[in-house]
Write a protein that binds this ligand. Structure first.
Ligand SMILES: Nc1nc2c(ncn2[C@@H]2O[C@H](COP(=O)(O)OP(=O)(O)OP(=O)(O)O)[C@@H](O)[C@H]2O)c(=O)[nH]1
Ligand SMILES: [Mg+2]
Length: 176
């Protein structure tokens, strides 16, 4: 029997979570060809549930608005995977994001969840290079000391760069 999976989508406010979900939903319905101009989004107050129909299964992605940070942990129980999103053009937000990421990775209910870290907004001219941003995060240390399998990807929810890889990751994770 296939269980409906829930994936949590976390990240500071404005990193692009809602736009990512709108894009992924469009790609799963119509393919990558006709992405079009990005739809508008509003800051998510509360949570936003999106069902994605992948090739072999359905996944429900639950976005938790960045402004809900203090209550994110109340949603950690029933999920098998986590996507953590970072705005790679917003250097002022990096240290806060890093602390949030560390607290997500050390949360007991998420000890064996699969984790995908997305560096978004790669289309913007002012983004840090991936090497720069990973070294500010000390990403190698984080990955080495985490209990979870961690994958990182560079994407642009605006242009569509990397979104196919996000779907492939969602397809690949297995529920225990
Ligand atoms: N240039 C660029 N802009 C983006 C990208 N992704 C999102 N944005 C823009 O960033 C703004 C915030 O995007 P949202 O998707 O609403 O952000 P969010 O993470 O859902 O924010 P909260 O719901 O407040 O937690 C919007 O204006 C988006 O169009 C991207 O890849 N490139
Ligand atoms: Mg949102």
């Amino acid at each position: 029997m296939t269980k409906n999976e829930t994936c949590l989508l976390l990240g500071a406010t404005g990193v692009g979570k809602t736009l990512l979900l709108k894009r992924l939903q469009k790609i799963t319905l119509h393919g990558l060809g006709e992405l079009g101009s990005p739809p508008s989004t509003l800051p998510t107050v509360g949570t936003n549930l999106t069902d994605l129909t992948l090739k072999k299964k359905k996944v429900t992605v639950r976005e938790l608005g960045g402004c809900m940070g203090p209550i994110w942990p109340s949603y950690f129980q029933d999920c098998s995977s986590v996507i953590f999103m970072v705005d790679s053009a917003n250097i002022a937000q990096v240290s806060a994001s890093c602390i949030q990421l560390l607290s997500v990775l050390s949360a007991e209910p998420l000890r064996s969840a699969s984790v995908l870290i997305l560096f978004n907004k790669r289309d913007m001219p002012c983004t840090m290079s991936l090497i720069e941003i990973k070294s500010i995060f000390r990403m190698d240390d984080i990955i080495a000391s985490a209990t979870q399998p961690i994958t990182t990807l560079e994407i642009s929810a605006r242009s569509g760069q990397g979104l196919q890889e996000v779907l492939i990751w969602l397809e690949s994770i297995t529920v225990k």
